[in-house]
Design a protein around this ligand. Sequence first.
Ligand SMILES: Cc1cn([C@H]2C[C@H](O)[C@@H](COP(=O)(O)OP(=O)(O)OP(=O)(O)O)O2)c(=O)[nH]c1=O
Length: 193
Amino acid sequence: MIYLASASPRRRELLAQAGLAFEVVPSNIVELAREGEPPAEYVQRVALDKARFVAKVVRERGLPARPVLGADTEVVLDGAVLGKPRDRADGIAMLRRLSGRAHSVLTGIALVHQDGEYGALSESRVTFARLTDDEIARYWETGEPADKAGGYAIQGRGAVFISRIEGSYSGVVGLPLHELAELLKRAGAAALP
Ligand SMILES: Cc1cn([C@H]2C[C@H](O)[C@@H](COP(=O)(O)OP(=O)(O)OP(=O)(O)O)O2)c(=O)[nH]c1=O
């Protein structure tokens, strides 16, 4: 049994898929990149911040001590983090930038267990087909892109735009299960499957 430091329903589903028993305790940290911080370091730092935050909550509330898992996902294009669309215009601009080319999806995961902290990074390349303005506008109207980093969801309707993926599908969705299994093993926390 572990604590999942995430409010994300996608991470819940992936963890359940891996067969690991867990309890959700959402973190409440500020996600803000530091000046000059590379995206790969950023997602790992934020994942660890989420796990540390929840480990502290667990101690303060006197909850049973268990490993705490945090994760953070970002979409990176030309070295820059895309983030979640601010509004329709921003979301449409993002999808136009992704159209017809490959980008990276980085997910950092972190585990706080007993006195140890463990981290891993998943990096995947996702290739988008060329999209017409019409397709982009219709996709935006589905409502799916509005709250998603990079303005799309591979686990949703956005899948029809993706011609190729190299790396970890679960990592793109938000929780790389192979890397998670390795992390749990390394921490001596649990064995999967
Ligand atoms: C590329 C891609 C991103 N996403 C998005 C959704 C989120 O915006 C992002 C992950 O955001 P995060 O900030 O990592 O997580 P969260 O805010 O959903 O939850 P918490 O901080 O509590 O753990 O990934 C998908 O759901 N599918 C995809 O294919």
